[in-house]
Write a protein that binds this ligand. Structure first.
Ligand SMILES: NC(=O)c1ccc[n+]([C@@H]2O[C@H](COP(=O)([O-])OP(=O)(O)OC[C@H]3O[C@@H](n4cnc5c(N)ncnc54)[C@H](OP(=O)(O)O)[C@@H]3O)[C@@H](O)[C@H]2O)c1
Length: 341
């Protein structure tokens, strides 16, 4: 079996740490592991597969001996460093939003559009967390019944904003309970005991960038003909995003057929027994790999309407796991090389 020199950029962040542990857990064929982060963290130690690894600075020159680099250090770092890493010979799988909508760069969910990897030129983009779980659940339904329209509302965990947001929620909960004054650094308002209809920046059209990512990424990966309307909301949950998804399809369906389809879909687990209060929950999805789907029911207010509740761990399938699955697919399809031009 071929072994690969792997680097994780942003290795000490929420997603970076998850990437390192998932690579070990899934026994990715790692020959050497390089942990890269900002200069201030140089020399810190972090664990990979039970062994302590010294963190190095992510900079030009760091990728000359790397085959696959998993980037998770934010869009700015990806914009400047990812092309350098590719030039130095590494295939980059990038978790940030920097390259997702570039028509030359494949945006991939292995359960949805693995074929897009065939045309990669060294840089591959990992989609936004809220889009990944939505499309893993909707792909089999679209293939069978052709989705015309999606209306989605998200309930997103604070870990989606990184390690500092997790710390902010912990601090605010403690201060709230101790009756102390609460201040916010990561979010524009208190997140503890609150719900913020505001993820990423507001755009000219009144939507947030997070909402428009769900629109554009669905068009790029699933079908540009699908109409998508999204409202994204941050809630005080540590881990796992939940989504209320309403769809309309071209072709008629039976709800029981949809349930069966989802039961067989790769990466999906159906939890839907309301008589015993069984439905997907953020707390139960945390640390798991699957996209959990429940509350599957007809929307009788339109023709061929369906409602779903979809929950998945944003740090795993929404980020680190999807990136590692892309790397696994590259290995399986013998695509771990950068084409000459
Ligand atoms: N969290 C999620 O659920 C999720 C899901 C999908 C995609 N993503 C994307 O993944 C990326 C990382 O997210 P995260 O949640 O892991 O954030 P995070 O916890 O803030 O971690 C980012 C890490 O990268 C470091 N970093 C910053 N600039 C760097 C640079 N130029 N070179 C090397 N390292 C640098 C950060 O250092 P400092 O701490 O000092 O800044 C931090 O250690 C973001 O682009 C995010 O949009 C996140």
């Amino acid at each position: 079996m071929n072994m690969y020199n792997v680097a994780v950029v942003g290795a000490l962040g929420a997603v970076g740490r998850e990437m390192t542990s998932i690579l070990a857990e899934r026994k990715f064929p790692v020959r050497t592991m390089k942990l890269l982060d900002i200069e201030a963290y140089e020399g810190q130690e972090s664990l990979f597969n039970g062994t302590s690894v010294r963190v190095q600075t992510a900079r030009a020159g760091a990728f000359t001996d790397v085959d696959i680099a998993l980037f998770s250090a934010g869009a700015e770092a990806s914009l400047s460093l990812a092309p350098i890493a590719v030039k130095e010979g590494a295939i980059v799988i990038d978790n940030s939003s920097a390259w997702r909508m570039d028509p030359q760069i494949p945006l991939v969910i292995p359960e949805v559009n693995p074929q897009a990897l065939k045309t990669h030129k060294g840089l591959i983009a990992n989609p936004n967390c809220s889009t990944i779980q939505m499309l893993v659940a909707l792909k089999p339904i679209h293939d069978r019944y052709t989705i015309k329209r999606i209306v989605v509302s998200t309930y997103q965990a604070v870990s989606g904003s990184g390690q500092k947001a997790i710390e902010e929620l912990h601090e605010q909960v403690k201060k709230y309970l101790d009756g102390e004054k609460i201040s916010s650094r990561v979010y524009p308002h208190q997140i503890a005991f609150n719900a913020l209809p505001h993820i990423d920046v507001f755009l000219e059209n009144g939507y947030t960038k997070e909402e428009m990512k769900m629109v554009h990424e669905t068009h790029k990966m699933l079908d540009p003909a699908i109409k998508v309307s999204a409202t994204t909301v941050r809630i005080p949950v540590i881990r796992s995003h939940s989504e209320a998804i309403n769809i309309e399809t071209e072709k008629p369906f039976e709800v029981s057929e949809v349930v069966e389809l989802l039961q067989q879909a790769p990466g999906v687990q159906v939890i839907d027994d309301v008589r015993s209060n069984a439905y997907p929950l953020a707390l139960n999805a945390a640390g798991k790999d699957e996209v959990f789907v429940g509350r599957i029911r007809r929307d009788s207010s339109v023709d061929n309407g369906l409602n779903l509740w979809v929950v998945s761990d944003n740090l795993r399938k929404g980020a680190a796991l999807n990136a590692v699955q892309i790397a696994e697919t590259l290995v399986q399809q013998q695509l771990v090389h950068i084409p000459a031009n």
